[in-house]
Design a protein. Structure first.
Length: 123
């Protein structure tokens, strides 16, 4: 994907590492943050085209992070993800789509390569 910049926001180190490796193999330039506040600060310094945001994190939940990022970066592609049914919360906050963590390895790369349709993949 020609080094397109993606920011992964998740407090779980293993999840960040797995998603980062998966996206880098596909040609994305990936940066990771462990919480929403640091992600918002980092987004001001770097221009990310895509944000991948977990729901449950310390300090700010994913929907709160999504609201702030959407306000500042209306053209960004925002993907919310969770083990829980948080699709409505993410979509109401301004996310383009939602993925369940159980399905993320099967759907994420194809979603990013497919031109970022604005459809929810929530089950």
């Amino acid at each position: 994907m020609n080094g397109e910049k993606v920011l992964i926001i998740d407090d779980n180190q293993l999840t960040r590492d797995v998603l980062k490796r998966m996206l880098e193999v596909e040609g994305f330039s990936v940066t990771c943050c462990e919480d929403g506040r640091s992600a918002i600060a980092l987004a001001k310094e770097m221009k990310f085209k895509t944000f991948l945001i977990d729901y449950r994190m310390p300090g700010m939940n994913g929907d709160e992070v999504t609201v702030q990022l959407r306000r500042s970066y209306p053209e960004a592609f925002i993907i919310g993800f969770s083990m829980e049914h948080k699709d409505r919360a993410f979509l109401a906050a301004g996310a383009n789509t939602f993925l369940f963590k159980d399905d993320i390895d099967e759907q994420l790369c194809s979603l990013l390569k497919a031109g970022r349709p604005g459809l929810s993949l929530a089950r």
